[in-house]
Design a protein around this ligand. Sequence first.
Ligand code: NAD
Ligand code: IPM
Ligand code: MN
Length: 366
Amino acid sequence: MEYKVGVISGDGIGPEIVTEAKKVLDQIGKTYGHVFRYEEILMGGCSIDATGEPLTDAAIASAKASDAVLMGSIGGNTSTSPWYQLPPEKRPEAGLLKLRKALNLFANLRPAYLYEELKAACPLRDDIIGDGFDMMIMRELTGGLYFGARKTEEVDGVLTATDTLTYNENEIRRIAKRGFDIAMKRRKKVTSVDKANVLDSSRLWRKIVEEVAQDYPEVTYEHMLVDNCAMQLVKDPKQFDVILTENMFGDILSDEASMVTGSIGMLSSASLNDTKFGLYEPSGGSAPDIAGKGIANPIATILSAAMMLRYSFDLDREADVVEQAVKQVLQDGYRTIDIMPQEKPQEKVTQVGTAQMGDLICERIR
Ligand code: NAD
Ligand code: IPM
Ligand code: MN
């Protein structure tokens, strides 16, 4: 079969990690007789430099015409890059938000899983790690603070900035259903995370999640306040199966969850709508501090490509093979710098760069 894959390489480490994911897809293509046809789509800082816009209408049209989109990361150093002198809607991140909205990608799945082989890269104590952890962060992606009205103005001579956080019941219901559906295929537990002790939007969130839960009698569910959840993720991450939460809480908690699995460089993600289409990207950013050095971890992007095979193309066997190849490479002792053992190496490992890691994973796809 032939698949049309839109590719957003983006900024910083984006092109480096996307190259490795394409390498892996091509190896899968060669092994199993598929063709992945790539079409580069400009988004983020590189698009600003080329067109003056972080995402053009033509770029949105190309994304829509693809079977799925593979993305690296966008953005620059938010303190020093000239992109951040531009008005908010012209900055790199505005392109990503516009694309998520245009494609109605309301469900963001971020699987945080601690590989047995990466226990030494996990900053938590051995007694907390135990047999490891495996959770799915289900983040609402097209509502909340990111998409509410915002303005900066002078009120009585005082500079005042406003962001608004709005959710309607339909937006909450559809993500909650996705969360419970996913839980049914996992360990059947949902932790819905909110700030219902303060926010109206969270109180509505809780009410609707409560309603949706009635349709899933087999799923155990609980509500947890977001500040407590941030703490519990470090105290006892084993307790979590599916974490269901709104846009900004999900952004923050997923970075935290990534670190307990070793590194942000391991956390893949899929942004889905009601069709087979999806946008697949690592959860981390453009990492300006290491861009161009050839040391970024490409595994999150490669695992995102595996999610693309599974969710958009129904190629479950091929997705399994990619995931198995990643596991094998870790078992064989290869690590990028971000997942090197934290303390004196208890095990024999070899540090490799971005391209080498991609090659090693390809070699394990047969
Ligand atoms: P970041 O995720 O880019 O980097 C945070 C830290 O994690 C850095 O030390 C970086 O080197 C490290 N890191 C990230 N990915 C890594 C990888 N694959 N391998 C090894 N180390 C990795 O976050 P930031 O520095 O806060 O943001 C930088 C820029 O990225 C900002 O412009 C931000 O808006 C953007 N951003 C984009 C996305 C995206 O495109 N989806 C996501 C997050 C941040
Ligand atoms: C992510 C990123 C984005 C977000 C930024 C770049 C807009 O941090 O995908 O996690 O906050 O959603
Ligand atoms: Mn983020």
